[in-house]
Write a protein that binds this ligand. Structure first.
Ligand SMILES: CC(C)(COP(=O)(O)OP(=O)(O)OC[C@H]1O[C@@H](n2cnc3c(N)ncnc32)[C@H](O)[C@@H]1OP(=O)(O)O)[C@@H](O)C(=O)NCCC(=O)NCCS
Length: 138
């Protein structure tokens, strides 16, 4: 069964904004996914969300099952900072749908994502970069 079939049977709603999110809910999802972010520091975690350009959430009824968090200037570059899906619904097309929703909203910009995992990203239509450079936070 392909992920598009699951997408429709899962009845997932994608929402934009912070409504329904709390640091606690985000932490639970990130710990489970897992996505390594400062979940032990709720103030820092919430600041990450408040200062983002775009936050998309995936809901199955009242259950938060996915998050995409983006920094974007709206005209040149967008950076997907976080992408996470609850493990029991991974592989069913939710990650891809979140990426598609980001691409729709960030149309006209280069959309980047930093991740050691390549296979999902290739399936979701991203290409690896060999010219990216970084100064990591201390
Ligand atoms: C990465 C992640 C967000 C993917 O979400 P998901 O809902 O499981 O992904 P989807 O079901 O939309 O998968 C989309 C495609 O990628 C493939 N895929 C998903 N995870 C994969 C994996 N680990 N290895 C290989 N392919 C994978 C699916 O088969 C699907 O391919 P298809 O469209 O050809 O059928 C999710 O696995 C996750 O939360 N991982 C932990 C956090 C993380 O690593 N985030 C990324 C860095 S920010």
């Amino acid at each position: 069964m392909n992920s598009d079939h699951f997408e429709s049977t899962l009845d997932i709603e994608i929402r934009e904004g912070l409504e329904g999110l709390t640091p606690g809910r985000i932490s639970v999802l990130y710990r489970r996914a897992p996505l390594f972010r400062p979940v032990q520091d709720q103030t820092r975690l919430w600041t990450m969300f408040e200062k983002s350009s775009l936050v998309l959430t995936a809901w199955k009824g009242t259950r938060l099952v996915g998050i995409a968090r983006v920094l974007s200037d709206g005209v040149m570059y967008s950076f997907i900072c976080d992408l996470a899906v609850e493990p029991d619904v991974q592989g069913l097309g939710i990650g891809k749908r979140l990426i598609r929703s980001v691409l729709d909203r960030c149309a006209g910009t280069d959309v980047m994502l930093r991740s050691p995992q390549g296979r999902f990203h290739e399936h979701a239509g991203l290409k690896p970069l060999d010219d990216a450079w970084i100064v990591e936070r201390s």
